[in-house]
Design a protein around this ligand. Structure first.
Ligand SMILES: Cc1cc2nc3c(=O)[nH]c(=O)nc-3n(C[C@H](O)[C@H](O)[C@H](O)COP(=O)(O)OP(=O)(O)OC[C@H]3O[C@@H](n4cnc5c(N)ncnc54)[C@H](O)[C@@H]3O)c2cc1C
Length: 819
């Protein structure tokens, strides 16, 4: 075995081998893969081999699409057959919500170019003659289905071998029976790995260890939020009906998914494989995989599977006559949101994760492709935030991960409503005033472990969501909250914001080199600044306030805490001239916004709040009520006269109570995240993570005024200059959708020209309650961005006319903000 390599991949499942293959493909052939047993010995050998293209995530959808395309080419490239049966994949729907879900998915599929068809019950029968269409009694009636003609199933071990061949033929090395047992970071910044076959030093390490992710992480000092869950499928004997159908010339049946009964069914040697996602499947190995487990399986638990078996027998009656040959019950890696962890680990350099794969056979190709791109080019080629390991933070305790993973597993087939908020492992992280908000009717959601009020149920209204793809029970109440902020004054608790303090003699120039805008130079000034990727895409959005000489307060999205902190840490100069402190947990934040916000604050603040003394986009460190050291910033994300109060956390109750008391005479009320969404859309405020991503530059996002090309070097500047020369490929638009009755855009819908050609995609959408318009934000080709231009959008399968509006259709002159 080599003693030195540019990169070591730990783990020889399909994901590790795909990573090795793609690294070698990109020219990093000085790469060694270490596998403790033999290739595929983890979960890969017993996977059912399904390759579903269906995925609600824009990112994961792209990874799956790449995989399916790659697996079709691999045999020709490597000479290794992979048994890819392109059977197609049929997902049944037995209710309108399910059809809505499929239609919502179709928007995403359209924007990433995945072929699909939405079909009716008769076509279901044509494609799948052995199916019962249902009569509503024991077997719900099929109302339609989503059909992917291009996917199917594959032999996972053969696929791994093909990838192995491809990697080896390009010079990469694979060592089996070679377990990594210890890790050290060398003074030169490399990784020193100890194995039973000797030591090896590597510049980069990729962990692709499947069910072992947590214990591998521990070797590197990481708490990796991946714990496996039991997953089973049943292998059936031959089915006489299936055999007769196939011998009569019938083609292999598409993989069938009855989502509403949470199972899949596919052919296997004239019999069937039935795989349910059942309730009660336990998480396993939370403290690590025991040495004895090796290539074993768990005992099958038929009891747990029975409800799904019975449902499948009602849908495919011939199944009842088939004997059960085997039950395969193996560990399947999960993460709390069900998406894998692909990208850099936090807190160190050149350590990469490709872990937490629950659809790893499907995702392996795409996961290897983008991780190799990231490692070799320094950045991935697509927006990877949805799978970035740093989307999780230190809150992922063992119990949190266990509870969330079990919940995610049993919810694989539930309808993925856009407003869904799952209940397990909650509440975990709460703002100090959580109980008060709760008593005032808050209906909470969870983001990055934090409880956030989505809306407030007025007295007498049940504090509960009815999740839907359409306007739902909270629509009116969200509207009232939004209107209160437009007409009176409201409070939003934004304590989860990520907050950093940057101090030291080098602070200003360091920050300036990280972002495209000019960092404020005058004490009390605030600037909206974007950190870019080297390709010029938007990595992060920071609101930077100069608090004092050599002292900056940097605020970013709550969900970006680890992502931003890790990035800032990595970029710090090594000369000690800058100190970075993550102060997220020591400061809370309330937004007080609306035309009467000045009147409310004036009762608690001695300093004058008028425009001359306290202009828009400035901040002051002041006392508010009894609270000291409050950063009072005249900015907000709702586009109203207002202030954000960033206060030492111990004053949360005092400030909350004082603001409510001071605001009583001005009709002050509370508002939640959904009202904020409505308000920010009316102002065309771009949201980091959905509207602002590495896929788009600030020019594409229409943020030209926050880019200072003449200020000196900053990361991404060259890419922006090139883009200006070559032409900006997309333009950000705000649009109104006409003829909406109950389904507003929500993001990820395709946008079309009048001839039906796709011209872009929506990144967000909601109802603007003050404007009384259904609004969307998105990117289109520049020729379609003109004000007043007519475009079309597809919402839940219906084509709607839309008109491009002025940026910030509510108060375009910002008069409210400057009032
Ligand atoms: C019953 C079942 C059915 C499934 N069906 C499907 C399906 O139809 N479609 C689909 O897409 N997915 C399916 N999956 C999921 C799929 O099996 C996994 O997502 C995939 O195999 C994960 O691959 P991996 O390479 O990440 O992990 P693994 O295959 O588990 O590989 C990890 C490897 O790392 C090695 N390793 C660990 N620690 C070390 C160390 N310290 N040193 C060296 N080596 C180490 C292990 O020995 C192991 O070989 C199924 C899973 C189960 C349980």
């Amino acid at each position: 075995m080599k003693t030195h390599a540019r990169v070591v991949v730990i783990g020889g499942g399909v994901v590790g081998v795909s990573t090795l293959y793609h690294l070698a493909l990109k020219g990093w052939s000085d790469a060694v893969l270490l596998e403790r047993a033999e290739l595929t010995a983890g979960s890969t050998w017993h996977a059912a081999g399904l390759l579903p293209l269906f995925n609600m995530s824009y990112t994961v959808g792209q990874l799956h699409k790449y995989s399916v395309d790659l697996y079709k080419r691999l045999p020709a490239e490597t000479g290794q057959d992979v048994s890819f049966h392109v059977t197609g994949n049929l997902r049944l729907a037995t209710c309108r919500d399910r059809m809505d879900e499929y239609q919502k998915y179709c928007g995403t599929a359209n924007t990433i170019g995945v072929p699909f068809q939405v079909i009716g019950p008769e076509q279901v029968r044509d494609l799948w003659p052995l199916v019962e269409l249902g009569d509503g009694a024991g077997t719900p009636k099929i109302v339609g289905a989503l059909y992917h003609p291009d996917d199917g199933h594959i032999a996972p071990a053969d696929l791994t071998m093909a990838l192995r061949k491809g990697a080896r033929s390009r010079g990469a090395e694979i060592q089996e029976q070679c377990e990594v047992t210890a890790v050290k970071h060398t003074p030169s910044g490399e990784w020193h790995l100890t194995t039973n076959k000797g030591d090896i030093v590597a510049e980069h390490v990729v962990c692709a260890t499947g069910n072992y992710a947590r214990q591998t992480g521990r070797m590197f000092g990481l708490n990796v939020p991946s714990i496996p869950v039991e997953h089973q499928y049943i292998v059936y004997d031959e089915s006489p009906e299936l055999k007769a159908y196939r011998q009569g010339g019938g083609r292999e049946l598409a993989v069938l998914r009855e989502s509403d009964q949470s199972y899949y069914l596919r052919e296997e040697r004239m019999g069937w494989i039935l795989g349910p996602y059942e309730a009660g499947a336990p998480a396993r190995f939370a403290d690590g995989v025991p040495a004895w487990f090796g290539k074993s399986l768990f005992e099958g638990d038929l009891e747990r599977l029975l409800p799904h078996v019975e449902a499948a027998q009602r849908r495919v009656p011939s199944l009842a006559a088939c004997g059960i040959k085997d039950i395969v019950n193996g560990p399947i890696a999960y993460t709390p949101d069900g998406s894998p962890l692909i990208g850099p680990a936090w807190g160190g350099r050149n350590l990469w994760l490709n872990e937490g794969h629950s659809f790893g056979i499907t995702a392996a190709g795409g996961a290897g492709w983008q991780l190799a791109e990231w490692m070799v080019e320094g950045e991935p080629g697509i927006d990877m935030m949805a799978v970035d390991p740093r989307r999780y933070g230190p809150y992922t305790s063992k119990r949190y991960v266990v509870q969330k993973n079990e919940e995610t597993y049993r919810n694989v087939f539930v309808i993925h409503f856009p407003d869904e908020e799952r209940p397990d492992a909650r509440p975990a992280k709460t703002s100090p005033v959580y109980d008060k908000l709760s008593r005032m009717g808050a209906v909470f959601g969870q983001r990055y472990g934090w409880e956030r009020a989505n809306w407030f149920a007025p007295p007498g209204v049940p504090a509960k969501d009815h999740w839907s793809f359409r306007r739902s029970n909270y629509f009116e109440h969200v509207g009232n909250e939004a209107l209160r902020l437009r007409k009176h004054v409201g409070i939003i608790d934004l304590t989860p914001f990520t907050k950093h303090e940057v101090t030291g003699p080098g602070a200003e120039s360091w920050l300036d080199g990280l972002v495209a805008n000019k960092v404020p130079t005058k004490i009390g000034r605030i600037a909206l600044c974007h950190a870019l990727t080297r390709r010029g895409g938007i990595r992060s959005e920071f609101t930077i306030t100069k608090i004092a000489d050599q002292h900056f307060y940097v605020v970013s999205a709550g969900a970006a805490e680890r992502y931003d902190n890790d990035y800032l840490q990595q970029q710090l100069p090594r000369d000690g001239s800058v100190t970075l402190r993550n102060i997220t947990m020591s400061r809370g934040c309330f937004v007080v916004a609306g035309p009467r916000s000045r009147d409310v604050l004036a009762k608690l603040v001695d300093a004058p709040l008028d425009n001359a003394a306290f202009p828009w986009l400035t901040g002051q460190v002041t006392e508010v009520g009894l609270a000291t050291d409050v950063y009072l910033l005249r900015v907000n994300f709702v586009g109203a006269l207002g202030w954000e109060l960033h206060f030492p956390i111990e004053y949360a109750h005092h400030l909350f109570d004082s603001l409510l008391a001071a605001g009583a005479e001005f009709n002050l009320g509370l508002a939640g995240m959904r009202a904020m969404e409505s308000l920010r859309l009316e102002k065309s405020y771009r949201m980091w993570g959905s509207d602002l991503t590495p896929d788009y530059s600030p020019y594409e996002a229409g943020l030209d005024r926050f880019v200072r090309l003449n200020k000196g070097p900053f990361i991404g500047k060259e890419a922006l200059e090139k883009q200006l020369e070559a032409g900006v490929p997309h333009r950000f638009i705000t649009f109104e959708v006409h003829g909406v009755t109950d389904a507003d855009p929500l993001g990820n819908e395709p946008l079309f020209d009048a001839k039906g050609n796709i011209i872009g995609r929506a990144t967000a959408g909601y109802y603007g309650h003050a404007l009384r318009r259904s609004l969307g934000l998105g990117y289109v080709k520049p020729e379609f961005a003109a004000l007043g231009g007519d475009i079309e959008i597809e919402i839940l399968g219906e084509r709607k006319r839309a008109t491009v509006l002025v940026d910030s259709p509510y108060d375009p002159e910002n008069q409210d903000l400057r009032a």
